[in-house]
Ligand binder design. Structure first.
Ligand code: GDP
Ligand code: IMO
Ligand code: MG
Length: 427
C-alpha cells in the first residue's frame, strides 16, 4: 500500500498538522522522520487545541500508531514532558501507541547550550543543529547507546572533553558534569526502553502487510538543509525525500506526496524573505492569521505568495496534490499579490537563487489579482468560494504544477474543502 508524505511547501508552519490530522482517518501509522522538538504542530479539535512538537500528530487519532523515526533528533526530557501534557488532556502516550527508533540521535544538554550560545540564524534553541552536527561527525549518541550503560558513560565522557573545552574557553560557561548527565540520562533510558523499537523493520513489515503509512514532515522545504535558504535553514531534509532516509523507507514505497501551502507566506527567525511585508500590511496579516510561533511564541514574519520559490519547491517535491491553508486570512484584502520574478541587481531572475547575497538583494516583481470580501470560513465546497478565491487557487496550481485537493478555511477539522476531481475540472 503506497505511503503518503505530507510536506511543508514554504518556511514551515503551513498548517501541516491540520492536514496530517485530516489524513489520519485513512492512516494506520503516522511517522515523523526528521527534525525534533523545534516543530510546533497545531491540531484543533472542537474546543481543544493541541500543539505537538516531537510526538507525531497521529497520537490524537485512536487506532493510529505514531512512529518517531531514525532521522529525528530526540530530547528525552522533552518527550516525557510532551507525553505528560498529552496524558493530562486524555491522550494516551504508551508504547502501544508511540514507538521510537533505536537509531534516532539524542539531544544532549551540551547541544541545547551550544545552540543557545552560538545562535546565529535565529534557531529555536532546542539543540537541533548541534545534535545533527554530531551525528554527521560521527560522535553522536543514539537511543540504542542511551540504553547501554557502558556506551552512555563512554560517549558522554568522550563528548565532554571537546564540549567543555568549547563551553569554558569560547563561551566562558561553566563546564558540564559527566556524572550528573549520566545519572539524569540513565533515568530517561529506563523510561524510554518500552517505546524503543527497530522502527525500520516495523515500518517495512507494516508496508508489506498493506498498512497505510503517512509521513508527517516538520519544517518546510525552504528550510531544508540541502535545498533551503542556506545557512538560514534547519539541519535536516524537510522536503519529501527526508521521509525515506529518516525512516528507512525505500522511495519505491512512497505513493503520493502532498504539499501544504499557506495562502500567503510566513517565516520565523532570520533569513531572506523576498516577499516580506513590512509595516501595517504585514502586521494585519500577522494579527488576522494569528501568526505567532507555536514553539517559541515569536511573531512570524508575513508576506505575499512567491511563485519563484513555489516553482522551485514544486519541482523538488513533485507534489501529487496541494493543500492550500488559511485562505480565510486573505478575506477583505482588495488586491492580492503574487511574486513572479525577482530583480537582482537590475537583472530579472525567475529561478530561485542559491546565492545568499542574491536572495537578500532580490526585489519581488508582482502580478496582482482581485481579492474578495465574503466570509469563506463556512465554505465546504469549492463552489462555495467566491470566484476571486477560486481564481487565486487556480493560479497557485499553475505555478506549483499540482492540483489543489484540499482547501482549509479555518483551523477546525470541518473547516475544510476536499476538492473532488469532477469539481476540479468544472472550476
Ligand atoms: P504546522 O507547523 O505546519 O503544523 O503549522 P502550525 O501549527 O505551526 O501553524 C498553523 C496555525 O494555523 C495553527 O494555529 C492552526 O490552528 C492554524 N490554522 C490551520 N489551518 C487554518 C486555516 O485554514 N485558517 C486559519 N485561520 N487558521 C488555520
Ligand atoms: P514546523 O514543523 C517554522 C526555523 C527556526 C530557525 C531555523 C533553524 O512547526 O513548521 P532550528 O531550531 O531548526 O535549528 O532553527 O528554522 N524553524 C521553523 N520555522 N516552523 C518550524 O517547524 C520550524 N522549525 C525550525 O525559526 O529560523
Ligand atoms: Mg509549526
Amino acid at each position: 500500500m503506497p505511503s503518503v508524505v505530507i510536506v511543508g511547501a514554504q518556511w514551515g508552519d503551513e498548517a501541516k498538522a491540520k492536514v496530517v490530522d485530516l489524513f489520519g482517518t485513512e492512516s494506520d501509522i503516522v511517522v515523523r522522520s526528521q527534525g525534533g522538538n523545534n516543530a510546533g504542530h497545531t491540531v484543533v479539535i472542537g474546543d481543544n487545541k493541541f500543539v505537538l512538537h516531537l510526538i507525531p500528530c497521529g497520537v490524537l487519532r485512536k487506532g493510529v500508531m505514531s512512529v518517531i523515526g531514525n532521522g529525528v533528533v530526540v530530547d528525552p526530557k522533552h518527550f516525557f514532558e510532551e507525553a505528560a501534557d498529552l496524558e493530562k488532556r486524555g491522550v494516551k502516550v504508551t508504547p502501544d501507541r508511540v514507538l521510537l527508533s533505536e537509531r534516532a540521535h539524542v539531544i544532549m544538554p551540551w547541544h541545547k547550550l551550544l545552540d543557545t550560545l552560538s545562535n546565529k540564524v535565529g534557531t529555536t534553541g532546542r539543540g537541533i543543529g548541534p545534535c545533527y552536527a554530531d551525528k554527521m561527525t560521527r560522535v553522536g549518541l543514539r537511543v540504542v547507546d542511551l540504553l547501554d550503560p557502558k556506551q552512555l558513560r563512554a560517549k558522554v565522557e568522550e563528548a565532554l572533553v571537546e564540549k567543555n573545552c568549547l563551553l569554558e574557553h569560547l563561551y566562558k560557561h561553566a563546564p558540564l558534569s559527566a556524572d550528573a548527565i549520566v545519572k539524569e540520562f540513565t533515568g530517561y533510558a529506563e523510561r524510554l526502553r518500552p517505546f524503543v523499537r527497530d522502527t525500520q523493520l516495523y515500518l517495512a513489515e507494516a508496508e508489506a502487510a498493506g498498512k497505510h503509512i503517512l509521513f508527517e514532515a516538520a519544517q518546510g522545504t525552504l528550510l531544508d538543509i540541502d535545498h533551503g535558504t542556506y545557512p538560514y535553514v534547519t539541519s535536516s531534509n524537510a522536503a519529501a525525500f527526508g521521509a525515506c532516509g529518516g525512516s528507512g523507507t525505500s522511495p519505491k514505497h512512497i505513493g503520493r506526496v502532498i504539499g501544504v501551502m499557506k495562502a500567503y507566506t510566513t517565516r520565523v527567525g532570520s533569513g531572506p524573505f523576498p516577499t516580506e511585508l513590512s509595516g501595517s500590511d504585514g502586521e494585519r496579516m500577522r494579527e488576522t492569521g494569528q501568526e505567532f510561533g507555536a514553539t517559541t511564541g515569536r511573531p512570524r514574519r508575513c508576506g505575499w505568495l512567491d511563485a519563484v520559490a513555489g516553482r522551485y519547491v514544486g519541482r523538488l517535491n513533485a507534489f501529487d496534490g496541494l493543500a492550500v491553508t488559511k485562505i480565510d486570512v486573505l478575506t477583505g484584502l482588495d488586491t492580492l499579490k503574487i511574486c513572479t520574478a525577482y530583480k537582482v541587481n537590475g537583472k530579472t531572475v525567475t529561478e530561485f537563487p542559491a546565492s545568499l547575497p542574491d536572495l537578500e538583494a532580490a526585489e519581488p516583481v508582482y502580478e496582482e489579482m482581485p481579492g474578495w470580501t465574503e466570509d469563506i470560513s463556512k465554505a465546504r465546497k469549492l463552489s462555495d468560494l467566491p470566484a476571486a478565491a477560486r481564481a487565486y487557487l487556480k493560479r497557485i496550481e499553475k505555478f506549483m504544477a499540482a492540483p489543489v485537493i484540499i482547501v482549509s478555511v479555518g483551523p477546525e477539522r470541518d473547516q475544510t474543502i476536499r476538492v473532488e476531481r469532477a469539481e476540479r475540472k468544472k472550476s
